[in-house]
Design a protein around this ligand. Structure first.
Ligand code: NAP
Length: 334
């Protein structure tokens, strides 16, 4: 075999391997690379003070458990204090953290006037905040034309302005120390349009724009990480808690087709441990959509139109729009 055919064979094999890897991937290439050869959360996040909003359920709750296992000290925030106490108790039972290592700090993201005093309380308790994880938020399941302006406003107030407000109070402490991380749980809906979630998608696009800009303003602080996380469908309470119009919010939805919360959170923590600025975390075909939106938007519009139509048909027919609509949508269970 001459050199030319050896190189060609090598390239073909490399492409096949990458293609197979991509089919089974559940994160973008940079994040995947970090899971194989980067820092581990256990090494990088031990002892750090991490403030998690929306820590009372879903992704935030799982973040608390995995961070506690890494040895991070925690500030747990959300509105439901009893649920935060439950999460704290579970963290203490499963790790060697002490009571003083976990502060339950009730917080309503909508009450922006309280964010300054909440930040002071957090800083006074631990002396500093190493990582802020902006996770609290709410979604939407309704058609744009049937959705009132009040719902659009509520989504922007909570997902966007609430997050911006808390960040603006925490960031000066990080700037003073010259280090820290602000990690914001955006969504794939922050990158692409998601049918039945026009207001939610707008609020997450707003977050993407805000944090992408903030990152460019902080280039003189190389040790401050501004990271946005864009998950696809993940098992949590998000559909149950979503704003809905003209349809009942299902109390129990089939979530087996969605990514396990533990896997999503593990990937987020690997990304944080490796200073990744933007993370795409999704199973196929959602991950493929991300790449299409980024590199081949005309194709992306074509596929999104097809799948969006199906999703809206299911929604109008009273089927569970969040079920696995690639295969077999089921009636909503409530
Ligand atoms: N699950 C997914 O498929 C998915 C996909 C992409 C992005 N995300 C994002 O991931 C984040 C977490 O959502 P999740 O899936 O874990 O849903 P979830 O189980 O419904 O959790 C939402 C959390 O936000 C908190 N929250 C809601 N309103 C709040 C308020 N006014 N002030 C403070 N906290 C508030 C809730 O706590 P309280 O009710 O106790 O306040 C709860 O802890 C959200 O930002 C969501 O947009 C989720």
């Amino acid at each position: 075999m001459d050199l030319c055919s050896t190189v060609s064979t090598g390239i073909v094999i490399y492409c096949i391997v990458q293609f197979v890897r991509f089919i089974f991937a559940d994160a973008d290439f940079t994040l995947q690379w970090a899971t194989w050869s980067g820092n581990t959360p256990e090494n990088k996040l031990k002892g750090l003070v991490v403030w998690i909003t929306g820590a009372s359920s879903g992704i935030g709750e799982e973040l608390a458990y995995q961070l506690a296992r890494c040895g991070s000290r925690l500030i747990l925030s959300a509105r439901r204090v009893d649920e935060l106490d439950r999460v704290k108790q579970h963290c203490l039972e499963c790790t060697s953290l002490q009571d003083k290592d976990i502060l339950v700090l009730p917080l309503d993201l909508l009450e922006r006037t309280s964010h300054e005093s909440k930040t002071k309380t957090a800083v006074q308790h631990f002396g500093n905040i190493d990582i802020l994880i902006n996770n609290g938020g709410r979604s939407q399941r309704s058609l744009c034309l049937e959705t009132s302006m009040d719902v659009f406003q509520a989504l922007m107030e909570l997902n966007f302005l609430g997050t911006v407000s808390l960040t603006k109070h925490v960031l000066p402490h990080m700037i003073q120390r010259g280090s820290g991380s602000v990690v914001t749980i955006s969504s794939l809906a922050g990158l692409v349009g998601a049918p039945l979630a026009s207001g939610y998608s707008a609020s997450k696009h707003a977050l993407q724009g805000f944090f992408n800009t903030l990152r460019t303003e902080l280039t003189e602080y190389p040790n401050i990480l501004i990271s946005t996380v864009c998950p696809g469908p993940v098992q949590s309470e998000i559909v149950k808690n979503a704003f809905t119009v003209g349809q009942e919010s299902p109390t129990a939805v089939d979530q087996l087709h969605k990514m396990a919360t533990s896997r999503c959170v593990r990937l987020i923590l690997v990304g944080v441990a490796n200073n990744i600025k933007e993370m795409w975390i999704a199973q196929q075909p959602f991950l493929l959509f991300c790449y299409l939106w980024q590199y081949a938007p005309t194709w992306a519009w074509f596929f999104t139109g097809m799948l969006g139509k199906k999703r809206i048909q299911n929604f109008k027919a009273g089927l569970d729009a969040d079920a696995d609509y690639f295969t077999n949508p089921k009636p909503k269970t409530s």
